[in-house]
Design a protein around this ligand. Sequence first.
Ligand SMILES: Nc1ncnc2c1ncn2[C@@H]1O[C@H](COP(=O)(O)OP(=O)(O)OP(=O)(O)O)[C@@H](O)[C@H]1O
Ligand SMILES: [Mg+2]
Length: 451
Amino acid sequence: MKSTFLWKLFAVFALIAAMGLLALRFADERMTHLIILVAAFALLIASSIGFFISRSFSRSLHDIIDVADRIADGDFSRKILPKRRNELATLALTINDMGEKLQEHFDELRRQKERLQTILDGMVEGVLVTNDEARIELMNPAVCTMLGLDVTSLRKNVLECLRHRDLHDSIVRVLHEARSEEKEIELLRGNEKRTIIIQTAPLFEKNYGVSGAVSVFEDVTSFRRLENIRREFVANVSHELKTPLTSICGYAETLLSDQPSDVSSTRFLQKIYHNGLALQKLIDDLLNLARIESGRQPLLKEPIKLYEFCEELHELYVDTLRAQMITFENKISSSLILSADRAALRRILNNLFENALKHTPAEGRIMVSAFQHPKNCIVMIEDTGSGIASESLPHIFERFYRVDKGRSRDVGGTGLGLAIVKHLMHIHGGEVAVESELGKGTRFSLTFPLS
Ligand SMILES: Nc1ncnc2c1ncn2[C@@H]1O[C@H](COP(=O)(O)OP(=O)(O)OP(=O)(O)O)[C@@H](O)[C@H]1O
Ligand SMILES: [Mg+2]
């Protein structure tokens, strides 16, 4: 209000001075002196008012610039207190408001950062964030202990800090291919070898693409150690049980072949013999599984004519198929060649075929088919049997898992078959999958990589 008044006053005196100067042309000598006097006085007052206005403007502007500079430096404590109500005052109030809002955002960001840091500090798993050049940007205390890193490692390349080519290559692959990767590595910590599972995922930034990667490190050394102990224990016990059991079965078989006259003796001997055989199969399966898991199972890949291979398998089951009135269809192309370990493939297909036979009722069908793709070959075994309930599907590859324990006891089976199939597929670099619908049937798909 005051400033507008000053502006008006300035305008009035400036106008008086200008009009005075104009009037000089028409005035006589006496008037000239008077006009000059009035104009000079008006000019003096106008310049004083002008000086006053400009000084007050520049002070206000200076205050505003000072506060804006402080806000830019992250200091939100200063506020501008406008002395007058003019446009500059409005600007000052807007800047005050902006400063308050920025402070709120900064506080929220700081709170979020602190929360994230607390989570990272408390994690047992190690977390390492790298930028798009595989340079370390963030790490939590767990990863520092696990990998022997410290603050000097920040902004250095992973390879430079850790000297682990596999880990570095895995991160670079994730950055280039923009997809997650899981890797198991072994690291030396002091004299101790640690086994670590690393899950690396790409970090995406809007309008930029992959801006880095985050890796989560889990130390599974004790878990692996326990697994080894369990595996060795099972293998040793199974091995120790094998010899006496072979004797039991052998003697039972010999006594049975002598055709004992006593009916109950024959029945008892038959029970001993059959249960002994079932135990022998269980022990063989346990030993096989332990051998495959320990990596001691040699894999001899060779080209296999799959159609003929499945026909040989069919021959083994012809009588059972006929007795159970089940049709077998081999839909594999006779020209298809699969690269696999012959013994392992036989065990895989036998397991799947026996399962299909056990769970398919009379007049059902079992089909094998295979498809060659650019990178892999998929072999499928399907049946029109009882199917598997969806809640059981995720578990059927676990050791000793049987969907219906009562029925499995009747049809025979210990629940190791599919665990063996899964491991044999893994050592081939492939995998096994299952689809099933209750009452309709089941399809197992084996994916073999082409190598
Ligand atoms: N084709 C199938 N149809 C229906 N159920 C199946 C089929 N294949 C497997 N299953 C279910 O999955 C379970 C696990 O199969 P797996 O082959 O591992 O064990 P098993 O056949 O019971 O015993 P083993 O193979 O050790 O003699 C089976 O008990 C069965 O319930
Ligand atoms: Mg089975």
